[in-house]
Design a protein around this ligand. Sequence first.
Ligand SMILES: Cc1ncc(COP(=O)(O)O)c(C=O)c1O
Length: 426
Amino acid sequence: MAKEHDPYLRHLFDGTDLNVYDHNVMNLSAGAPGPDLLQLCVNLFQEATRHCLEKEKEKAYLFQYGIAPGMWEFREELAKFLSKQYGEPVLRELLVQTCGATHGLQLAMIEFLWPDSIIFVEDATYMLALQAFQKYPHMKIVTVPITDSGLDAEALEKIVSEEYTKRQWNLTEERPFWAMLYTIPVFHNPTGTTMKESTCQKVVNIARKFNILVFCEDVYNLIHFTEGPPPKRLFAYDFETPGYKGGHVISNGTFSKILSPGVRVGWMELPPRLAVNIRKSGILVSGGATNHYVSGVITSLLELGLQEKHLTYAREKFKNRMNILCDILETRLPKSCVFLRPMGGYFVWIKLPEFINSKQFTDWSTKKHKITMVVGSRFSLENKYNNYLRVGIAFHDKEIIRQAAEVLCIAIREFIEMITTKKNLT
Ligand SMILES: Cc1ncc(COP(=O)(O)O)c(C=O)c1O
């Protein structure tokens, strides 16, 4: 490999003119906690590591291979934490440790799907999941529309039914699904929407009727801006009813958004039959859990109440940033633009007038106003949403968000004016 293919880079956003850590441009693209929050992790991890290693002096089991689903104590502490946060019971035995949500997705696909299964995705959806799905050459990706309150359940049923009848499917107990619905029901990326309760129940009913796996990216659920518990996760609608032995929903969670993406720890919450199956995964058994040592440190973080304290603090920061952004958008965005104020999560989805191309806009705004964000078409398999922008609030502190929101409104106004009056882009 040539040296130029291995540049010296320190993080995912490094190495371009749009590095979020640089101050020469206001980059609202990142979907990750920023430096002010990550700096707090240094002390948190020092304390948790000390606590954790103290327990290891005698047997040092934490440095041995772990058990496939992840250390018992880790899952026990995680179950307690999640039960409190969700305001709903979460059972230790249904949890499996992962190296983050992305790994959970890959694991579920390997363990439960067939090489030629169908993947239903919301249109729009998380752009990097789309990129990952496109690497599975025999899996067909089919889009399902979403509305302002999440997935369109009627459209889903119609589309699933059409695909189901197209061919014969031979399923086994180990791989009981011919298709997967990939969904982000709560504080959706990129649209910020949340699936309404009646839709959640309908989605579970469709999954049961047609035997599909519903893979829920519950990665933003705990970043909620209203009092009380967050919206109920779809998993909780898939309860056992008399005679029912199924279980079709996986809740995929991560510490990336509530603590640090760098630690690469997450979890899947699975229905009993899938939780039993996944413990036999060659990958998990061979690896002796994923990231066993780090799970020990996270166990201490949870046990000491440090994660809860950090989440409460981070959530307040995110809420503040979201409010500042949305308040400014509400008053200064041209009336021809539309956005919904999300009740949680990291993103605001802005619709520009149909005649505006958001790629052209961001190319121009980066040069002219030193501001950029992600263009809508990246979230669509069919290259739709050409007049949409995704703005992220998680990375920058409130002063940068305030400044960026003001500049963004000015830039959009100026750009629309330029296009409508057919002036050259300068
Ligand atoms: C919907 C969704 N899933 C997964 C991820 C990645 O999560 P992780 O860092 O846990 O792999 C992200 C991050 O942007 C996301 O928005």
